[in-house]
Design a protein around this ligand. Sequence first.
Ligand code: BES
Ligand code: MN
Ligand code: ZN
Length: 491
Amino acid sequence: MKVVLFTKDPGELNTEALVVGLYEEMHKDDLGVYNVISEGLVGDLVNDKEFTGKFCKISMLRLKGKIKRLVLVGLGKEKEFNVNKARQVIAKVAVYLRDNSIKEFSLVLFEDLRPYNAAYCSVEAVKLALYNFNHFKTQGLEDLNKVEQFTLIANANNFMEIDEGIRDALIISDSVCYVRDLQNKPSNVVTPSYLANEAKRIARRNKLKCIVYDKNDIEKIGMGGMIAVSKGSGHEPKFIVLEYMGGKETICFVGKGVTFDSGGISIKPSAAMDEMKFDMSGGAVVLGLIEAAARLKLPYHLVGLIPTVENLPGGNAYKPGDIIKHYNGKTSEIINTDAEGRLILADALAYSKNFKPKAVIDFATLTGACVISLGDIFTGMFSTDDELAQKLTIAGEKTGEEVWRLPLHDKYKEYIKSNVADLKNCGPRDGGAITAAMFLKEFVDCKKWVHLDIAGTAWTTKSEPLNPVGGTGVGVRLAIQLLKYWETKSN
Ligand code: BES
Ligand code: MN
Ligand code: ZN
């Protein structure tokens, strides 16, 4: 889809559909212009209360002239309008127009948001809402509707800010869509070596550094968690290190890359087991956010660490009762082979120490218990640093990828004490998201650490305005927002 900025006289506009947002308050001077264009039709709609400006309500009028349709969309109450509402409303309109076979539409830039924000969130919303995944369909493709061009109509005075907003939105939404593609592709395609090759491709096209450790290397450096979990699978484990050197300050991003989680010997029930192809979402998010940060030239040294394996049962698979040794020398007793994510993350988190990072942030579809706690609305957050947790909370509110902090208290350590090793890999069912986080904490050697449990938010089974069914790419926009405003005290 092409994105165009139009700053000329509106009289010169040629478009299939002109989208105009209106508040419930219905300002007379706004209405006036569109009433003229529509030869009084807008006035009739409003007077008859057919269009009231109610949030996300859409009315489409067919016109005669260079503007073929006028699409009125309700912005709700003026006081309540913000960037998140703007994204929702634009996403709804984009899907509505696409489903009505409209291939090109234009939007009058919202005036009550800052020009950068208005442009940014419009482009982002259209791109995210119109994402689709048809890589594996061979039939019916010609019947799919596609929007080919999206035009933003704005005042030439703010050209620079608007242009920057569009540029940033394209980079970031490209990364989100890339992550969604990786998530949605099945596990017979996305294997650990597939993810490793993707990391190398990203490195090549952005001039980044990338090292991939294979099974031998992983064994040699003592990543016992990675070796154990991958033993049941024919696909060998890979440990990916992807580095973007854009500045001095180092931040490590760690992502769980389990390309399929059957549970292993402690096998999962078969209902919805197909969804476990999404268990590499954390790893995909790390790939996507590093590429976005590099393209945005953010001033940091970012290190992406992705332990990637497949968790299957088999004659050689690891078993309950096994004891393994991690990268930092700590040992863990396997109680349940389905608590595999923490075992590979333990190795990767311990490895992050080599970079002496200022902060470590991990993304993982780690626990079903997190989904029980927060549903699919909030990502679970655990942190050893109040300030970093606060920054992420704000980044969540700004992007709509909200996080909710859960306790990381030493009292829970009791739950993962083992009789025979330093730790056991799972405690009782109760407080499952917390015990998983407590387990990870044992392997982090950095004061500022955040663990984000994206089990509930990484994919969706019901279509939402900004997310069709499937992978959501959650985490990319959150992390980029955090990095962009890292130094600002009052964001
Ligand atoms: N990948 C799963 C967590 C998961 C489950 C994510 C459902 C999204 C939806 C993880 O590896 C897992 O199986 N966790 C277990 C841990 C338990 C055995 C301690 C869980 O949550 O049931
Ligand atoms: Mn599991
Ligand atoms: Zn898992």
